[in-house]
Design a binder for this molecule. Structure first.
Ligand code: NIG
Ligand code: FE
Length: 418
C-alpha cells in the first residue's frame, strides 16, 4: 500500500476545475481555478480532497501521521500535463534530414524522395517489438520528466498491416508496463506507401477493408487519424477513411492544413472530428466551421518552429471561439521533442496565447482532445492523482522563464515518479 500524499501550502494551486463540461473556448480558457495556499490529499491513486491548506487541515489533521507531507511553499502545482498528439512509437532517427533541411531541402521534398515518414517506416518495419519498446520507453520517461502524465500515440510508421499492428501492440504493452497513460490512435494513412504510389485509392480501399476492421476488432485504437495534405491524401479520401472508422467506433482526428490550405479544417468539422491537428494554413472558413462544430484545434508550435514555418493562428482561433489544445507532435522528423513545457512557452511566444490559455491548452483541453476529461486534465475530487509540482511561484512565471524544465516532482496516480 502506498502512503497517502498530503501536499500543503502550495503558493498557487492551479486546479483547472470548472463547472463547465467539455472543451473550453474563449474566456473559459483563462479560468484556472486558482487557490492560494492550496492543498491536495492523494490516496488510492485518486485525488481525495482539494482546497486551501486550512480546509484540508480540518479534514485530515487526524490522519496526518499516515501521510507523506510535502511543503510546497514557493511553488505552483498543476494537473499532470496531457500530450494529445504524438508519434512516439518509432524506430531509428533522422538527424541527417535535419541537416538537409538546413541546407535548403523542404520537408515534402525529402519525403517525396523516399525519406521523411518513409525512412522512419523502413526503420520501424525492421525494428523488433522489443527494440520499439526499449526506444519508446526512453521517450516516455522523458515525457514524465517534463511533467507529462498522459500521452496519445499514433501508429503510421508501418503502413502495412503487420507493422501498424506491431506499433499498436507496443503501445498496449507499454500502457501496462509504463507509468504514463497511453491513448492509442490508428494512423495507417500517414503517407502513401511507395508500392501504392499513383494508386492511392487502392490503398484507401485496402485500409478500409483490411486494416481498420482488425484494429477495431482487437480494440487496438480509440481514434482514427489521416494526413490530409496535398500530395498525400485528398479531403475526399480522408473523408472515406474517417467515415469508415466511425462505423467501427473509432473517433476521427485529422492532420489538416499543415503545409498548404486544403480544406482540412472544414473536413474536420464536417465529419465531427474530435480534433484537427496542425492547422498552420487553415482558412477563415475552416476556423469558423470548427468553432461551430466544437472541433478542438490541436496546435503544434514546436513543429512549426522546427520546420521554420509561421505557427498556427492560435490567438485568432481562440478569439473566434475555437477550443485550443497544444501538443509536442513528438516524432523523429518535424518535432523530435518531448518537452510540453517548451510547447507551452511557444504557444505564448509564437501564437500569442496568454499564459493561462496555454496552461488550459496543455491540460484540460488536451484531455478533451483525447476524450479523457473525466479522468485527467484538472485537479478535482475523484480524478486520477496526476500532479506536477513546479519550481516556480506562479503560472505566469512558468510560461515566462522559457526553454527550461521547471518540473520538481511528478505524481502519477498518487505515486511519485519524478
Ligand atoms: O505530425 N505531418 C505528418 N506527420 C508528422 C510528421 C511525421 C514525420 O516526419 O515522421 C507530423 O508532423
Ligand atoms: Fe503529427
Amino acid at each position: 500500500m502506498t502512503k497517502p500524499v498530503w501536499i500543503k501550502h502550495i503558493t498557487q494551486l492551479a486546479t483547472l476545475a470548472s463547472e463547465m463540461k467539455g472543451p473550453r473556448a474563449k474566456e473559459a480558457m483563462s479560468e484556472l481555478g486558482l487557490i492560494e495556499d492550496g492543498s491536495l490529499w492523494l490516496e488510492d491513486g485518486i485525488i481525495q480532497a482539494v482546497g486551501t491548506t486550512t480546509e484540508l487541515e480540518n479534514l485530515y489533521e487526524e490522519r496526518a501521521h499516515e501521510a507523506e507531507i510535502i511543503d510546497a511553499t514557493g511553488h505552483i502545482v498543476t494537473p499532470g500535463l496531457v500530450d494529445p498528439h504524438t508519434h512516439v512509437v518509432y524506430g531509428g532517427s533522422r538527424e541527417r534530414e535535419f541537416e538537409m533541411r538546413l541546407e535548403g531541402a523542404t520537408y515534402m521534398e525529402i519525403m517525396n524522395a523516399g525519406g521523411g515518414i518513409h525512412a522512419t517506416t523502413r526503420m520501424t518495419r525492421e525494428a523488433t517489438e522489443e527494440e520499439l519498446i526499449e526506444q519508446t520507453t526512453k521517450r516516455l520517461d522523458s515525457f514524465l520528466q517534463h511533467g507529462v502524465t498522459t500521452v496519445e500515440g499514433k501508429s503510421g510508421y508501418g503502413m502495412n498491416l503487420e507493422t501498424e499492428l506491431k506499433q499498436l501492440r507496443v503501445m498496449k504493452m507499454l500502457q501496462d508496463a509504463h507509468a504514463i497513460d497511453l491513448v492509442p490512435t490508428f494512423m495507417g494513412a500517414h503517407a502513401v506507401p511507395p508500392d501504392f504510389k499513383g494508386r492511392e485509392d487502392e490503398f484507401v480501399d485496402y485500409l478500409i477493408d483490411h486494416m481498420l476492421p482488425i484494429v477495431a476488432e482487437e480494440k487496438l485504437a480509440e481514434f482514427n487519424d489521416v494526413f490530409c495534405e496535398k500530395g498525400v491524401y485528398t479531403p475526399e479520401q480522408s473523408e472515406r477513411i474517417l467515415e469508415a472508422g466511425k462505423k467501427l467506433g473509432l473517433t476521427p482526428k485529422i492532420h489538416a492544413d499543415e503545409i498548404e490550405p486544403y480544406g482540412g479544417a472544414e473536413l474536420a468539422a464536417k465529419v465531427g472530428a474530435i480534433s484537427a491537428e496542425h492547422l498552420l494554413k487553415a482558412s477563415d472558413e475552416g476556423i469558423l466551421a470548427m468553432a461551430t462544430s466544437g472541433t478542438i484545434a490541436c496546435l503544434l508550435p514546436a513543429t512549426a518552429l522546427y520546420l521554420r514555418e509561421q505557427a498556427a493562428a492560435g490567438r485568432k482561433m481562440i478569439d473566434s471561439g475555437v477550443a485550443v489544445a497544444i501538443s509536442t507532435d513528438c516524432n523523429p522528423g518535424s518535432s523530435p521533442t518531448t518537452s510540453m513545457p517548451l510547447v507551452m512557452n511557444l504557444a505564448c511566444i509564437s501564437m500569442r496565447l496568454t499564459p493561462a490559455e496555454s496552461l488550459t491548452a496543455a491540460t484540460y483541453n488536451a484531455a478533451c482532445a483525447i476524450n479523457r476529461q473525466d479522468q485527467v486534465g484538472s485537479l478535482e475530487v475523484g480524478k486520477k492523482a496526476d500532479v506536477v509540482l513546479w519550481n516556480v511561484k506562479s503560472y505566469q512565471e512558468l510560461q515566462y522563464l522559457f526553454g527550461v524544465n521547471h518540473v520538481k516532482s511528478v505524481w502519477k496516480k498518487g505515486v511519485q515518479v519524478v
